[in-house]
Design a binder for this molecule. Sequence first.
Ligand code: FAD
Ligand code: NAI
Length: 470
Amino acid sequence: MSDAQTYDVVVIGGGPGGYIGAIRAGQLGLKVACVEKRGALGGTCLNVGCIPSKALLQSSELYVEAGKGMAEHGVKVGGVELDLAAMMARKTKVVTQLTGGIEGLFKKNKVDYVKGAGRLVDANTIEVALADGGTTTLKTREVIIATGSTHVDLPGVTVDETRIVTSTGALELDKVPGHLVVIGGGVIGLELGSVWSRLGAKVTVVEYMDRITPEMDGEVSKQLQRILGRQGLKFRLSTKVTAADTSGDTVRLTVEPAKGGEAETIEADVVLVSIGRRPYTEGLGLDAVGITTGPRGRIEVDDHFRTNVPNIRAIGDVIHGPMLAHKAEEEGVIVMEMIAGQSGHIDYNLIPGVIYTWPEVASVGRTEEQLKADGIAYKPGKFPFSANSRARAVGDTDGFVKILADAETDRILGAHIIGPDAGTLIAELVLAMEFKASAEDIARTSHAHPTLEEAVKEAALAVDGRTLNM
Ligand code: FAD
Ligand code: NAI
């Protein structure tokens, strides 16, 4: 295999799964190429997902803080104004700096970056329609499919990315909509609904189920809805949208109870469709090589990420498991180590999930609902941020830490946090669970004072009914 276009491994897709995997392959001494058609590396996450959304969440939070949040601290700020164009320009700069940085990492790790759309011709051949025109053929021993996901369409509500948008359009609006209707009260709907609500839009979230974030711990969902409600978001639960009429100045949505009943109309300036994401494999040539997909179009893989064609593996959003960037990254690393002859394992139960609303929501492991359904006896330990001295000093007292421990062994089975910096606080619990720690292990670990982390320690103490500050 001496040809310059011949590789040990070719990765199709340059998102968190693909680009991290390619870097790891380079570190392991594999000859590797990464094919990406977007024109920039970083995938959904860096270009139109995690990073631009977090940039806007931060900017919009500052806008609210400056407008009213600081007064309570005795800091008077007059004449706060929104410069949306500047906010968007900052977001774009953050994205381009990060995506450009990956190109540097590729050079450092000897990864060939092939700009174009890859298509499987046979199990060892990928044809790339180059972004600059023409095609090239890559021969390879192993293939990694890391083509990610795209939004799910809602019948009757056709996306135009201007008035009826997906998350991509919602990250690019050039003015604050008067009324934003969000269809789907999940992660995207609540994060981007929060952004536009903070910037001045009236926001109504229409959710099919009887609660928002239906997969999360029920107590946390309820608290989140209450807090977001106080921030001005309106919720229409157990409700479905059946049609959208875009013929007038506003979008007229027909909604009705989820179980059927009388229809009514809601008028919106912009509609965000955020009812989930699905694997993206269009144009990839799965049929040409005979790769089968399972329910909801996910590529089926074994413990070694192998598809039914043994030298073609798949990782990230395109396979099973939570559609999260850090999950894709873990898989990218492990799959390359496997190809290099090492072993690896990922415990999907220990992938944390974070919603970057204010307050943040973070969870790992099992929810109370799951433990009950599985008949597992557990002890809950809960501690509110209102009793944490740092949260009081900072002025962010909404929320709590909840730890669920095995009733017999005290081993931590799940942890759920709603509150300031929940996304950072959860890391301690993920690590504890990786090490199979008990609640008592955390309770006996020294936590600096005064920190928000003390709420984690207190929740661990609460498992055994011995909180100290409550
Ligand atoms: P992707 O990132 O989707 O990358 C796949 C890449 O493959 C794309 O760039 C695509 O252009 C390319 N591609 C597809 N087909 C081909 C082809 N045939 N040839 C060449 N290239 C191809 N996750 C988090 O963990 N935290 C967050 O805060 C977060 N926020 C999000 C916010 C939003 C608005 C969205 C939409 C998602 C968010 N996610 C977040 C989810 C996260 O973006 C995904 O889980 C992650 O990007 C999946 O990585 P991936 O590598 O599997 O796929
Ligand atoms: P989601 O699965 O989080 O939420 C979709 C919501 O829409 C659910 O509450 C569901 O009950 C509801 N729904 C489904 N069909 C509906 C209908 N017809 N009418 C009304 N409601 C309906 O999906 P979302 O928000 O689109 O995000 C997709 C994925 O992107 C997430 O699951 C997550 O994996 C990833 N993501 C992660 C983020 C993070 O980690 N902070 C941020 C944003 C996205």
